[in-house]
Design a protein around this ligand. Structure first.
Ligand SMILES: [Mn+2]
Length: 340
């Protein structure tokens, strides 16, 4: 079922495709928004009309990206999202590979008979689309969009707007070009995007130096009061209750990247970030060693992701969820050891 998306057949399909729909995962991040908008700008350049649907809202630090005024948030205007879905001839799913990531928009997309194309870099794609272009070694979906345009032999159509969006996807999903997914190819793509004349300093400032005072205080509080190192386990975690988040007027995106601070502690090779939301505990796991956190996330926390970065959710209390994480950390992140 997993056909590699053939850029040449896609090219043919696009010739007879007046309109496409680009969807992304709920809680869209820099890569989901950046790759979707990058593809949108490219389609515009080749004369293919595209609409953009996000299942829900996205962080303020991305709301300046060129074209983002075109994004329809399905949770705010489901009727409009459904109308666009009806009018589209094919559906792109970017930066996710399981339809549940579409949130409340999932049902309509699954029910739609329009062909579906997944372009994504997460592992273990589920079988819901017609064609897949998946590469779990890719740094970001934005990188894959660039490679797709390259396969089309049309990188000359990447203008400053398109480059700005793709570069944002690259810089956010690679932790500013420091993760192990960064290859010479990623740096070459970054270089070619920069050659368009896009402003990489502006991107950095908008995305990373754009904190509200509440956000900064929340992070300070999390770091000084809520960061715990698990003794002799090479692990650390940060947790925040709903009450604590509320106290700092939490906005979506405020805790993004917090887990990396726990990972940056000397001797720590696995880090977790846990917070209460909508009656659940949401969590992010990061690794900088041999522990594959996607396995921990899928075995214990209804989640998954990459070896070095994964996420999940727990129906249990924050306290019990943390106890589970501490137990598996103390077992050396060996799931078999933990069960004994
Ligand atoms: Mn991504």
């Amino acid at each position: 079922m997993l056909n590699k998306l053939d850029p040449f057949s896609l090219r043919e399909i696009l010739k007879s495709t007046p309109r496409v729909l680009i969807t992304m995962h709920k809680g869209p991040d820099g890569d989901a928004i950046g790759s979707s908008l990058g593809l949108y700008h490219f389609f515009k350049a080749i004369g293919v009309g595209a609409s953009l649907i996000a299942p829900d809202s996205y962080p303020k630090f991305l709301k300046w990206l060129p074209g983002c005024d075109q994004i329809i948030e399905a949770d705010k205007d489901l009727a409009k999202a459904n109308k666009e879905l009806k009018e589209a001839d094919l559906i792109f799913s970017l930066d996710f590979n399981h339809p549940s990531r579409l949130g409340d928009f999932e049902e309509a997309v699954i029910a739609s008979e329009k062909p579906k194309y997944v372009i994504d870099h997460h592992q273990d794609p589920s079988d819901f689309a017609d064609l897949y272009y998946v590469d779990s070694d890719a740094s970001s979906t934005a990188e894959m969009i660039y490679r797709l345009i390259e396969e089309f032999d049309q990188t000359d159509l990447i203008d400053i707007d398109c480059a700005t969006c793709l570069y944002t996807g690259l810089v956010t999903d690679t932790g500013s070009f420091r993760f192990s997914s960064v290859t010479p190819q990623v740096m070459r793509i970054a270089s070619e995007l920069m050659s368009t004349g896009m402003d990489h300093v502006k991107i950095y400032n908008e995305v990373f130096d754009n904190s509200t005072l509440d956000r900064l205080k929340l992070r300070g509080y999390a770091l000084s009061k809520k960061t715990i190192v698990i003794e002799n386990a090479g692990a650390a975690y940060i947790s925040l209750t709903e009450k604590e988040l509320h106290h700092f007027n939490y906005q979506r995106g405020d805790t993004e990247g917090l887990v990396n601070y726990a990972l940056s502690i000397e001797g720590v090779h696995v880090a977790g970030f846990f917070y209460e939301k909508d009656g659940f505990v949401k969590l992010s796991l990061r690794s900088k060693g041999n522990v594959e956190v996607n396995k921990i996330a899928s075995a214990l926390f209804h989640g998954g992701g990459h070896k070095m970065a994964a996420g999940g959710r727990s129906d249990e209390s924050l306290k019990n969820t943390l106890a589970k994480f501490i137990a598996v950390a103390k077992a050396g992140f060996d799931l078999n050891q933990m069960e004994k």
